[in-house]
Design a protein around this ligand. Structure first.
Ligand code: RB5
Length: 147
């Protein structure tokens, strides 16, 4: 499995920590966004990574910023992306099972590295639910909005 990881300047250390863990687990890893502490806008990191998930060259994505909020909001502007900013294992598990989330959002200013790794493991190890009620709701996420 290939996992794409991206971040802004506020979270590149967390992203790189998770990338090293992912490599140690045997995943292929692709890195996007900031390369150091110089300012790097989080929407640009999201926009660089998202096409890899949409085209399927990456199975799942991980996007990190200070809170995990801004980068997740931007990722969700792309049709077909279901990015979930998660702060615990329950959220990570249910984001995969119920929402078929394809990108995990993580906040470097919110989570310890150890907790973030736990959440990452839960996210990548959990499959989407095959139950019709969940699949139907995920379809509705991507459906046109009738104003
Ligand atoms: C950068 O200072 C910060 O705003 C960003 O990392 C993120 O927290 C935005 O949601």
């Amino acid at each position: 499995m290939t996992i794409a990881l991206g971040s802004d300047h506020a979270a590149y250390l967390l992203r790189d920590h998770i990338a090293a863990h992912a490599r140690a687990r045997g995943f292929e890893v692709e890195i996007y966004g900031a390369t150091g502490p110089e300012a790097y806008d989080y929407p640009d990191a999201a926009d660089a990574l998202v096409p890899k998930v949409l085209e399927g060259s990456a199975t799942l994505g991980v996007l990190c910023c200070g809170t995990g909020i801004g980068i997740t909001i931007r990722a969700n502007r792309h049709h077909g992306i279901r990015a979930a900013n998660c702060t615990c294992n329950v959220m990570a598990s249910l984001a995969r099972q119920h929402n078929d989330a394809n990108i995990l959002g993580l906040g470097a200013r919110i989570l310890s590295k150890e907790r973030a790794v736990e959440i990452f493991d839960t996210f990548v190890d959990t499959q989407r639910s095959p139950e019709i009620r969940h699949l139907k709701r995920v379809e509705k996420i991507d459906a046109p909005i009738n104003d």
